[in-house]
Design a protein. Structure first.
Length: 379
């Protein structure tokens, strides 16, 4: 049974920054503010982190980003490595392998390598892929290794970071709902907090507190089908693993001319994958199980009923990728994150009050870089 952290009392004196939300985005802002010497407090509605911040792959997918997201991701990479040492969790500098199973996918990776250079992208032949992914689809034609990418265990790091903040004197008041946010004042179910500045980092629930902001940003909810599956003990894969379908998800790949040919071929040959917006990828957990996913469905509110056909689709593709006849499911869940046309929502809604959300499914990858930019603007 999960050991629940004790909720700290709300600060009785005004603080420099109040953070609403103790997911990865909220904690990133709390860390950054603390390191800048600000007095900080955090309020969180749940008893412990249960949202997108712990339901993901733990894949710090630095290299596949583009533009502002890439700048945030590179800054976040350094913060993750620093925090791992300070907060006592593991951040693996293991990179990512992108597996190409069709020539058009390999062409995208060749274009990507030409743009980014050998420090970020190392092209692999079939044998090179096998050194990282011993069990794989016989159709593999090559791939790429992205050495800058990291891996963490999200179920470990979110409690570790919140615990480290508490040790630094940053109070986190769990099981506390925010009712209203005003300049200099936040009203909660445990009382009022006075704060010179406030960051609202509640993920996809922006529409619960500030519906006009959510509507203006075009924010909705993306629901993912995720699985934890057992694999043979001899299957050990250190890096994160992406596939040709991932080339359609991440802007660093998807913006390249060759990616459109991959998209057209997938829509023509495998419409069920296109309809479910499948991004076939996985990471291996410390216990040896694989976190496998994922599908994407967009709606303001999702029905509570899971569709087993989506799980079967992910299992089918995962089995093919690993070259095994089948995979045994240990756990299954839906991830839910905020989605909008832009990668990030960063909006000043009142004097000293900013609403911040990563609206593209790359919160673990970019949050610590985003936090620095938000605090630069806020302070």
């Amino acid at each position: 049974m999960t050991s629940l952290p004790e909720p700290s009392a709300l600060p009785s004196s005004p603080v420099d920054l109040l953070v609403v939300g103790a997911g990865v985005v909220g904690l990133a802002h709390a860390v950054e503010a603390h390191l800048r010497g600000l007095s900080v407090a955090v309020v969180e509605r749940d008893a412990f982190a249960v949202g997108a911040s712990v339901r993901n792959f733990g894949h710090i997918c630095t290299t596949a980003q583009d533009g502002t997201a890439l700048a945030y991701a590179l800054a976040a990479r350094e913060r993750w490595l620093w925090l791992a040492e300070k907060a006592g969790f593991t951040a693996l500098e293991c990179g990512t392998v992108v597996v190409a199973r069709r020539p058009d996918e390999l062409t995208v990776l060749e274009e990507f390598a030409a743009v980014r250079g050998p420090d970020q992208v190392v092209l692999l032949d079939r044998a090179g892929v096998a050194t990282h992914l011993p069990a794989h689809d016989s159709a593999v034609v090559g791939g790429a290794y992205l050495p800058l990418d990291l891996r963490v265990d999200p179920r470990e790091v979110i409690p570790a970071v919140s615990g480290w903040l508490a040790e630094q004197g940053v109070p986190i008041t769990w099981r506390t709902n925010v009712l209203a946010v005003e300049p200099g004042l936040v009203r909660t179910t445990r009382g009022d907090v006075r704060a010179a500045r406030t960051v609202v980092a509640v993920g996809h629930d922006v529409d619960r507190l500030l519906p006009e902001v959510a509507d203006d940003a075009g924010l909705t909810r993306c629901r993912l089908q995720m699985l934890q599956v057992a694999v043979p003990k001899e299957v050990r894969v250190r890096p994160g693993v992406l596939t040709g379908l991932s080339l359609l998800r991440y802007r660093g790949f998807a913006s390249l001319p060759a990616a459109e040919r991959v998209r057209a071929r997938v829509e023509r040959e495998s419409p069920e994958l296109a309809d479910a917006v499948v991004n076939l990828m996985f990471t291996q957990r410390p216990d040896g199980d694989i976190v496998l996913g994922d599908t994407h469905h967009y709606a303001p509110t999702h029905e509570p009923f899971g569709d087993e056909a989506l799980a079967e689709l992910v299992l089918r593709e995962g089995s093919r990728l690993l070259g095994v006849p089948g995979l045994r499911v240990r756990k299954r869940w839906h991830g839910v994150y905020a989605s909008a046309p832009a990668d990030f929502l960063d909006r000043e809604v009142a004097d000293g009050v900013r609403v911040v959300s990563v609206t593209s499914g790359i919160g673990m990858t970019t949050a610590h870089g985003l936090a620095g930019a938000v605090l630069d603007a806020l302070i």
